[in-house]
Ligand binder design. Structure first.
Ligand code: MV4
Length: 450
C-alpha cells in the first residue's frame, strides 16, 4: 500500500504493549495518540506517542476501562482507528461496537465474533461443527446436576466444570466422583454468576497433566486465513504464563499439520478477522483438543514474530485497513529456528506477590538473537495498579538449544535494581533438566514445591 493505512491511531492501553503498538505505527508512518492514567504520566508510551491525553485517575475502571473517556479522547484527537492491545478493553464487544458506531475502526475482530468467542461453550460447538477436535463433554450449557451426572457417567471421571463466560481458571471445578458433582456444580455456577455476566456452566473430560498449546491466526476481511504455527505455553504458575516458546518441543508434525488444516477451515467459515489465538490442551498421547479462542494480540506474540519473521501488530493494522493477507505477508509463511520468551515480572521471589516500585538501576541485555520489549527505564516506576509485567525477553536461535543458551546469557546480563523480579525464577527454569529435555506440562512449577 502506497499511502499509510490510517491517518492516526489511538492506543487504548499502557505499558510495554502500548510502546509495541507505537513501534508498529512508526514503521507504517502512522502518527499515534497515547491515552494515560495519572499513574502513567511519566511513562514511555506518553513520551514516544505523537500526542498524549490523560483519561483519568490510576484505577483501571476509571481510565483504561472507561469507554466514554477513551472515545472522547479519540474524538478530540480525530483518530480513525483504535488499537486495544491485550487485557483491558481488547475483548470487550461493547467497546468494539461503540468504536464502530463512532466511525472509528477497532483493530481486532468484529463485536459479533468477540461476543461469540467469549461464550466458551459456543466457541466449542462452532469448532466441533467444523471438524476441530474437542474433548468429550456436554453439547452446551448444563441444565442441572442430572444431565451432568449422566454426561460424566458416559465420559468417565474425572471431569471438569467450566464457566461459559469464564477464563483464567475462575468458575472451574474438577469432579473426581459422582457424589461430588451436584455440590461442585452449584459452586461453579455461583462463582460464575458472581464473576461474570452469566452463571452458565458446561462439562468436559478433565486432562490432569496437559500441555497448553496455542496457534496464532491472521485472517483478513477477504476470506484469507494464515496459521503462523503454535506456541507452547505450558510453563505457568496459577494460570499466569511465565515462559512461552515456538515451536512446541512436544507437538508431533502430523498432529500440527492435521489440526492447522481444520483450524484454517473453521476460522474462514466463522468469518473471523484480524489476529487471534486458538488454545488447545495436549493430552499424554500427544493429541490436541480445542479449549478456547482469544480474540486479541497476546503477550507472547513475539515468539511467533521471531520464528516467522512477521510483524503481527503491523499485520493487525493493515488487515483492519482492508488490505489483503497475501500482500501483507508477501509469500508463504516460513518457519525459522526456535524462540523463547521469558516474562520478567515485578514480583517477590518468595511469595510471588507483586513488587511494584521505582527502578533504581537497569541494564537491558542485547546482542545476537535477543529482543527486549519493555516500557521500563532507569528511575521509572512500576505502579501498583496494573499487571506486574516489567519486560519480555525473547531469545531466537537456529534450534532450541541455541535459543536456551542465548536466553541464559541475556538473563545473566539483565539487571533490575530497586524492585524484585522473576529473573532468578527464569534462570532456575532454564537450568531444569526436564525443561531442557522438553519434558514438561502445566504442573511443571507446582512439582518443584512437592
Ligand atoms: C482444562 C484443564 C484440564 N482439562 N480443561 C485453565 C484455564 C482455562 N483457560 C482452561 N484451563 C484448563 N482447562 C480440561 N478439560 C486444565 C486447565 C488448566 C490449565 C490450562 C492451560 C494452562 C494452565 C492450566 C493450569 C491449570 C488448569
Amino acid at each position: 500500500m502506497a499511502s499509510a493505512p490510517f491517518k492516526q491511531i489511538l492506543i487504548a492501553n499502557r505499558g510495554e504493549i502500548a510502546l509495541r503498538v507505537i513501534c508498529a505505527c512508526k514503521d507504517l508512518g502512522i502518527p499515534t495518540v497515547a491515552v494515560f492514567s495519572e499513574a502513567d504520566r511519566d511513562s514511555l508510551p506518553v513520551r514516544f506517542a505523537d500526542k498524549a491525553i490523560c483519561i483519568g485517575p490510576p484505577k483501571s475502571a476509571r481510565s483504561y476501562l472507561d469507554i466514554p473517556s477513551i472515545i472522547s479522547a479519540a474524538e478530540i484527537a480525530r483518530v480513525d482507528a483504535i488499537h486495544p492491545g491485550y487485557g483491558f478493553l481488547s475483548e470487550n464487544e461493547r467497546f468494539a461496537e461503540v468504536c464502530r458506531v463512532s466511525g472509528i475502526k477497532f483493530i481486532g475482530p468484529t463485536p459479533e465474533i468477540i461476543a461469540a468467542m467469549g461464550i466458551k461453550e459456543r466457541a466449542r460447538a462452532i469448532m466441533k461443527e467444523h471438524g476441530v477436535p474437542i474433548l468429550p463433554g456436554s453439547a452446551g450449557v448444563l441444565s442441572g446436576p442430572e444431565e451432568g451426572l449422566e454426561m460424566a457417567e458416559k465420559i468417565g471421571y474425572p471431569v471438569i466444570l467450566k464457566a461459559s463466560a469464564g477464563g483464567g481458571g475462575r468458575g472451574m471445578r474438577i469432579v473426581n466422583r459422582a457424589e461430588d458433582l451436584p455440590g461442585l456444580l452449584t459452586q461453579a455456577q455461583q462463582e460464575a454468576g458472581a464473576s461474570f455476566s452469566s452463571a452458565d456452566v458446561y462439562l468436559e473430560k478433565y486432562i490432569g497433566a496437559p500441555r497448553h498449546i496455542e496457534f496464532q491466526i491472521l485472517a483478513d476481511e477477504h476470506g484469507n486465513v494464515e496459521i503462523l504455527g503454535e506456541r507452547d505455553c505450558s510453563i505457568q504458575r496459577r494460570h499466569q504464563k511465565l515462559l512461552e516458546e515456538s515451536p512446541s518441543p512436544a507437538l508431533r508434525p502430523e498432529v500440527r499439520t492435521r489440526v492447522m488444516a481444520k483450524l484454517r477451515e473453521a476460522i474462514r467459515a466463522i468469518g473471523y478477522t484480524n489476529a487471534g489465538t486458538v488454545e488447545f490442551l495436549m493430552d499424554e498421547q500427544g493429541d490436541l483438543y480445542f479449549i478456547e479462542v482469544n480474540a486479541r494480540i497476546q503477550v507472547e506474540h513475539p515468539v511467533t514474530e521471531a520464528v516467522t519473521g512477521t510483524d503481527l501488530v503491523k499485520a493487525q493494522i493493515r488487515i483492519a485497513a482492508g488490505e489483503r493477507l497475501p500482500d501483507i505477508l508477501g509469500g508463504p509463511v516460513e518457519f525459522r529456528g526456535h524462540a523463547i520468551e521469558c516474562r520478567i515480572n515485578a514480583e517477590n521471589p518468595e511469595t510471588f506477590a507483586p513488587s511494584p516500585g521505582r527502578i533504581t538501576g537497569l541494564n537491558l541485555p542485547g546482542g545476537v538473537g535477543i529482543r527486549v520489549d519493555t516500557h521500563a527505564y532507569q528511575e521509572g516506576v512500576i505502579p501498583p495498579y496494573y499487571d506486574s509485567l516489567v519486560a519480555k525477553l525473547i531469545a531466537h536461535g537456529r534450534d532450541r538449544a541455541e535459543a536456551i543458551q542465548r536466553m541464559k546469557r541475556a538473563l545473566d546480563l539483565f539487571v533490575v535494581e530497586g524492585i524484585h523480579t522473576s529473573i532468578p525464577l527464569h534462570k532456575r527454569i532454564l537450568n531444569d533438566p526436564d525443561f531442557v529435555a522438553g519434558h514438561f506440562d502445566t504442573n511443571f512449577i507446582k512439582r518443584w514445591h512437592a
